[in-house]
Structure formats: structure tokens, C-alpha cells
Design a protein around this ligand. Structure first.
Ligand code: PLP
Length: 397
């Protein structure tokens, strides 16, 4: 479907630009945008690798008011009504730490996943667990092998902690090139990171092949599987790698309540892994200490509200199909998505595109990889996707 044009001249150009013009990013804790990337080029765009860049709006501190906010893969249908009710009721307990209740949530998750409670570690969002894993594993150097492009949170922290990234281009069918990834592992490799389904591409890797890969490779080096978007698949449970943890493999699976459960603002995520692996992470994090009392109750209620999860998946699929077909009708070539977002190539400089979309009150993301500029759009409600298609019609057609 696509070929990776390794354009050396562009690589050199970008590297020179990066080396010569790194801007100081605002300190994360004071930034209005906690997902700010760490390395910016002289134009203020994020450089992830010589081949992978994200365009950022000019003024990072200005948050425009969008009619359709389609830039963070949030659930447009809110959180489950049962979770919101649980939040309200539990708010009165906000003066207490949620230690006891956290055990209840861990037990519930363990039962749901079919693992022991000692295989579950909670975090305020899965970002926290991705980043803590990176800190623990890379504080003494080493490299992380992952796809390029990939979700950058773990990789960025690995680099900041002292590690290096060994990017392996996705295969022609947009799945992880597992053979090339295995070959990329060397004596310095501390972790393989696989996001399945992958962000920012929205594509999947065959679960049988992935099971086989993880099973073999985890004998040499731990494998981190980020399953943030798993539940957007019809057969999510079947495609999960959790069964490998049950087999005693050194695989870490990360999940979040931010996506299909619609709780991005409540910050609850978890990791499933072997006890000895979690003990290592535990050294620098007190697991659920970052999770609020009401969030614990909301997460438990969200797990019970299977109807909301089902509704979110069904509505997402319908709005995604509409978006895919509409983009094709307009002459674009969207990549078939298995998630709550979608990418398609665009023929406009990334920042100019973002600015023009913002003028239309539509928020999206813009990347450059495979020598091509891309728009990544989150799948919102049908109404929001109509606004998005109208905006694309005005900006790009
Ligand atoms: N992993 C992937 C692939 C994501 O896309 C995201 C968020 O967009 C996360 C992890 C982190 O989500 P959270 O920290 O909200 O759990």
C-alpha cells in the first residue's frame, strides 16, 4: 500500500534543523498542555524521529474553542451515566484516600481479566504507567524497539531518562513488521513497545502473529503492549495479549478507561503483568496513589455499564464509516481504521492546515511520516463528523 522512501537528504536537513534549533519546551508541570512534546524544531513543531514529525499550532498556550474537537481521541458520548452517578455519590468521600476502594477496583479488574490481583497495577491514566515503565527501564540507558510511527509517550520518556529509540517502520499493510522488530533487538534492548491497535495510524497487527512474537521475544526482553484502543475492535478480548501474562511471559499490557469508557478527564488506567515486573515498577510509583476517590468508583461503575461500551463502539463504527466514505468521495485516501481515529494524506503544510481547520472551529492533528503529511482526525459524533467533512471541503478541496 505504501513504500517507505528513505530520503537521506531530508533526514540530514531535518537533523541539522533539529540540532541547530531545538527550542526549550515549557516545563510540563506549568504547561497548559500536559501532552507537550519535549523536542521542538526551530519552527516549533515536534520532532520524534528523523522521519516522524508532528505539526503543532503556533501558540501552544491558546486553546481555541472548537465546534468539533477531534484532536485527542476522546469519547464524544461522554462517560457512562452509571460512572457519572457513581462520581456524584462518591464525591462526599473525597476527604479520604481511596486505599480500600482501590483494592475493590483491582479485584474487579483482576476478575475481569482472569488474572490475580497481584498482576494488576493501577495508574492515573495509562500514560502514567507507560512513562513509569520507561523511567525504570531506561534510567541506565538501553534502547526501546518500537514501530515508527508509534504512540510517543513511553518512547519520549525513555529518551529523556537516558535510553535511545530504535524505530522500525510499519509494514506495507500498516501492521507491525514483527520480523524486522525482532531483528532490531540487540544486547542493549530493554523493551519492545507495541501499540495495538496503533496510534497514530489506527491500524492493527494480526493477533496470532503478535501472540507468537510476544511469546518468543519476551524470553529475551520484556514486551509492552499498549491496548488503549482494544475495545473498539468487535472481538477485543480475543485480540488481547493478556493471556501471555497468565502463561507467565514477561509481557506488560496497558489499558485505559480514557477511550471507550469515556473517562479521559478522570485519569484511570492499569497494567497487567507478572508480579516480579510490577515490583520493579513499584519502586518508583505507589501504584494507585494518583487515582482520586471518585475516579475509583467511576471506574467500577464504568466496568458494569457494558451497554455504554457497546453503544460507544457501535456509534463510533457508524461515524467512522461515514468519515471514511466521505473522505474517499472527496478524493482522499484514508487508511482503514480499527479505532476511534483515522489518518489520511494531505497536501498542505501541517501548521497551515491546523490553522485553517481551527478557523473552521475543527480541531485535528497533523503529522509527517513516510515523506508525507497526514491529518489524524478523532471520530466524534455523526454531527461532528459532518462539520469535519464540511471543513475539509473548504480547506483542502
Ligand atoms: N496509549 C495510547 C495509544 C493512547 O493513544 C493514549 C492516549 O491517547 C494513551 C495510551 C494514554 O491514555 P491515558 O493516559 O488517558 O490512559
Amino acid at each position: 500500500m505504501h513504500t517507505l522512501k528513505t530520503n537521506r537528504r531530508n533526514w540530514l536537513k531535518t537533523s541539522a534543523l533539529t540540532a541547530g534549533g531545538i527550542l526549550a519546551a515549557p516545563y510540563l508541570g506549568f504547561s497548559k498542555n500536559p501532552s507537550l512534546p519535549l523536542t521542538l524544531d526551530s519552527e516549533g513543531n515536534a520532532i520524534y524521529s528523523p522521519f516522524f514529525k508532528e505539526f503543532l499550532p503556533e501558540d501552544l498556550r491558546e486553546f481555541p474553542v472548537y465546534s468539533a474537537k477531534l484532536n485527542a481521541n476522546e469519547n464524544p458520548y461522554g462517560a457512562s451515566p452509571m460512572a457519572i452517578e457513581a462520581l456524584k455519590v462518591s464525591a462526599t468521600g473525597s476527604n479520604r484516600y481511596a486505599w480500600k476502594e482501590l483494592y475493590q477496583l483491582v479485584d474487579k479488574i483482576a476478575a475481569f481479566e482472569g488474572v490475580a490481583p497481584s498482576n494488576v497495577m493501577m495508574g492515573p491514566g495509562s500514560s502514567d504507567l507507560l512513562e513509569k515503565t520507561a523511567m525504570v527501564l531506561f534510567m541506565n540507558g538501553g534502547n526501546v524497539v518500537s514501530a515508527d510511527p508509534a504512540y510517543m509517550s513511553l518512547i519520549r520518556v525513555a529518551e529523556a531518562a537516558g535510553g535511545t529509540w530504535k524505530p522500525v517502520p510499519l509494514g506495507k499493510d500498516w501492521s507491525h513488521d514483527l520480523e524486522a522488530m525482532e531483528k532490531a533487538i540487540d544486547s542493549e534492548t530493554k523493551l519492545v513497545y507495541i501499540c495495538n491497535p496503533n496510534n497514530p495510524t489506527g491500524t492493527i497487527t494480526d493477533s496470532e502473529a503478535l501472540l507468537d512474537f510476544c511469546s518468543r521475544v519476551s524470553e529475551k526482553v520484556p514486551v509492552f503492549i499498549d491496548e488503549a484502543y482494544l475495545w473498539f475492535l468487535e472481538d477485543g478480548a480475543k485480540q488481547s495479549m493478556v493471556s501471555l501474562v497468565k502463561e507467565g511471559k514477561n509481557v506488560i499490557v496497558a489499558r485505559t478507561f480514557s477511550k471507550i469508557h469515556g473517562m479521559a478527564g478522570l485519569r484511570v488506567g492499569y497494567a497487567i503483568a507478572r508480579e516480579d515486573t510490577l515490583n520493579k515498577l513499584q519502586k518508583i510509583t505507589r501504584a494507585g496513589m494518583g487515582i482520586t476517590h471518585p475516579s475509583v468508583f467511576a471506574a467500577m461503575a464504568a466496568m458494569d455499564d457494558t451497554e455504554f461500551v457497546e453503544k460507544s463502539r457501535t456509534l463510533n463504527t457508524a461515524a467512522r464509516d461515514y468519515t471514511f466514505n466521505s473522505l474517499q468521495e472527496l478524493g482522499f485516501n484514508p487508511v482503514p481504521s480499527h479505532t476511534s481515529f483515522m489518518i489520511f494524506p494531505i497536501d498542505m503544510e501541517g501548521r497551515e492546515f491546523l490553522n485553517k481547520m481551527t478557523q473552521q472551529k475543527v480541531g485535528v492533528r497533523a503529522f509527517e511520516f513516510l515523506d508525507q503529511k497526514w491529518c489524524r482526525v478523532s471520530i466524534g459524533t455523526m454531527e461532528e463528523m459532518h462539520l469535519f467533512i464540511d471543513a475539509i471541503n473548504k480547506v483542502l478541496v
